[in-house]
Write a protein that binds this ligand. Structure first.
Ligand code: ATP
Ligand code: MG
Length: 562
């Protein structure tokens, strides 16, 4: 399975051309006059940073609105104080904007707390909700199972007056946390467990990141979500499959309260990608345990991590598009994302030379005091990128791996008596290997052919190998961070996900030699280092050396199941 380029199939491309099932459902509703416009929302809970799975939801939510000339709002689903924080709110906004989407409005479910409270009172007045004194455990015990109906709470038949009084006192803080809940009065015998009198308000003394200590009761997701959608005027509430069994409840609240806008929930499959986990909770654990260097660690499948890693936003959007929208859950190959990253960078990243593991090469017949400059093309895929000067001299570095003293037959790079091309410079031929007292190779001595300036011999003789190089007199020392996948196993969700971490997910190389043009580049700028892969500038290290992180290798060389 190695070395397979994962390109999206022609079938997948064709399927994209036609409409997906969400768009067909929207077409129908517009045709039937159920809705006149399209309004969607992206509803993250601000309890962590966004990951690749969220990117898919963002592409679907914003993409659908865009396609139908509608609007998409950003709504923070902040009904769980304690786990939520403004740090996450800020990061979520930044990540969505970076991906390239613009929300119409920003809303917070917490802005609707007063409205939701009124709606809960209205539900009580309609005889469709009651205050229940059972503990969480008791509620669970009475809920029944898939095979057995639940049993009614002894508090189910309280009068409207009593319920209103108790609910108001819940809000006023008269009862301790967990002492009472407000429950919807639906059907304890429903085959759908979500319909068996779900809790819609709980007492919880927690400071909310926006409303502070104003509230000691908070609405549950199943109550807050449909009503927030409706209050905002959302027509299509797009979400992932795990909410399918909640849809009857979603619709029940809209109907029970005669909401003017009957938002329609449509579910689609979650995005799962191999070699990674897609859960804020698990990603947070990696951050909290110090396994990674923060949410934006370049190995994290978070949007901030992928941004720092150097993944172009466009590559992520193209990837999400290529995955498509379906009902069936599946696992997508990480190589498919990397394909889009390479594809994009091939056109946009300037080429540079960097020697990661340098071997000194002395050109014995090159004049001692001469240096010269070659004008080298920045990107053969894009002429507009122009050229840059690259300095050449008597001593150059090549990759240690490009030299073998005693090579096997198929080795076409440098070895004693063999000739190779230094890219864009000259042919060189190895004449002598210099070793230290332990037999380690210190440098190799070569002759160069002055008649091959630019990298092509006058007499037309060919060489098999071409190597990249950096001239010693112009080299800049750099630190290179070689990132690999965070997980060594295709399915890290099997068992404890932390057991599957890849111990070699980061390798740091300190003594790299970089061409002069890499000495001072702004963080975030991306390059192709010839033959080594794509790299992004990531500031300076403690020694003041420029740091470059590997975005992706030149080819898919990841070995599965190692
Ligand atoms: P997590 O389990 O990582 O916390 P979540 O679903 O709880 O994910 P939310 O912040 O509630 O995260 O999600 C916001 C939106 O993103 C929801 O509509 C949710 O369905 C969608 N979403 C989350 N994960 C994925 C995924 N892997 N693929 C597609 N959509 C996703
Ligand atoms: Mg969630």
């Amino acid at each position: 399975m190695d070395h397979i380029r994962k390109e999206p199939s022609a079938e997948a491309a064709e399927a994209r051309e036609s409409k997906n099932f969400i768009e067909r459902a929207i077409d129908e509703d517009l045709k039937d006059g159920v809705f006149e416009t399209v309004q969607t929302r992206f509803p993250p809970e601000p309890n962590g940073y966004l990951h690749l799975g969220h990117a898919k939801a963002i592409c679907v939510d914003f993409g659908v609105a865009e396609k139908y000339n509608g609007v998409c709002n950003l709504r923070f689903d902040d009904t769980n104080p304690g786990r939520e924080d403004v740090e996450y709110v800020d990061s979520i906004k930044e990540d969505i904007a970076w991906l390239g989407f613009r929300w119409h409005n920003v809303f917070y479910a917490s802005d609707y707390f007063p409205r939701l409270y009124e709606l809960a009172e209205e539900l009580i007045r309609r005889g469709k909700a009651y205050v229940c004194d059972l503990s969480g455990e008791e509620v669970r015990a009475l809920r029944g199972t898939l095979k057995e109906p639940g049993r009614e709470s002894p508090f189910r038949n309280r009068s409207v007056e009593e319920n209103l009084d108790l609910f108001r006192r819940m809000r006023a803080g008269e009862f301790p946390d967990g002492a009472k809940t407000l429950r919807a009065k639906i059907d304890m015998a429903s085959p759908n467990l979500n319909m068996r009198d779900p809790v819609i308000y709980r007492i919880q003394r927690a400071t909310h990141h926006r409303t502070g200590d104003e509230w000691c009761i908070y609405p549950m997701y199943d109550f807050a979500h449909p009503l927030s959608d409706s209050v905002e005027g959302v027509t299509f509430s797009l979400c992932t499959m795990e909410f399918e069994a909640h849809r009857p409840l979603y619709e029940w609240f809209l109907e029970a309260l005669d909401m003017p806008v009957r938002s329609r929930q449509i579910e689609f499959a979650r995005l799962n990608v191999n070699y990674s986990v897609m859960s804020k909770r698990k990603l947070k654990q990696l951050v909290d345990d110090g396994v990674v260097d923060g949410w934006d660690d370049p190995r994290m499948p978070t949007l901030s991590g992928m941004r720092r890693r150097g993944y172009p936003a466009k590559a992520i959007r193209d990837f999400c598009e290529s995955v498509g929208v379906a009902k069936a859950n599946s696992v997508v190959d990480m190589a498919q994302l990397e394909f889009f990253v390479r594809d994009h960078l091939n056109y946009t990243a300037a080429r540079r030379m960097a020697v990661l593991d340098p071997l000194r090469v002395v050109l014995t017949n090159y004049p001692d005091d001469l240096t010269e400059t070659f004008e080298v093309v920045n990107n053969p895929e894009n002429e507009a990128e122009g050229t840059r000067p690259v300095s050449f001299g008597k001593v150059v570095y090549i990759e240690r791996g490009d030299f073998m003293e005693d090579p096997p037959k198929k080795f076409h790079r440098l070895s004693p008596g063999k000739e190779i091309r230094l890219q864009n410079a000259y042919y060189i031929k190895c004449e002598e290997v210099v070793k230290d007292e332990n037999g380690g190779i210190v440098e190799v001595r070569c002759t160069y052919d002055p008649e091959s300036r630019g990298g092509w011999a006058k007499d037309g003789r060919k060489v098999k190998g071409t190597c990249h190089w950096v001239a010693e007199h112009a080299a800049v020392d750099g630190e290179i961070r070689l990132y690999d996948r965070l997980f060594a196993d295709e399915d890290p969700e099997e068992g404890a996900f932390t057991d599957h971490l890849n111990p070699d997910s980061l390798r740091i190389v300190k003594g790299a030699k970089l061409e002069a043009a890499l000495g001072d580049v702004p963080a975030g700028e991306r390059f192709q280092f010839l033959r080594s892969g794509y790299f992004v500038a990531d500031g300076k290290n403690e020694a003041g050396m420029p740091v470059f992180s590997r975005i992706v290798t030149m080819k898919d060389s990841f070995k599965k199941g190692k």
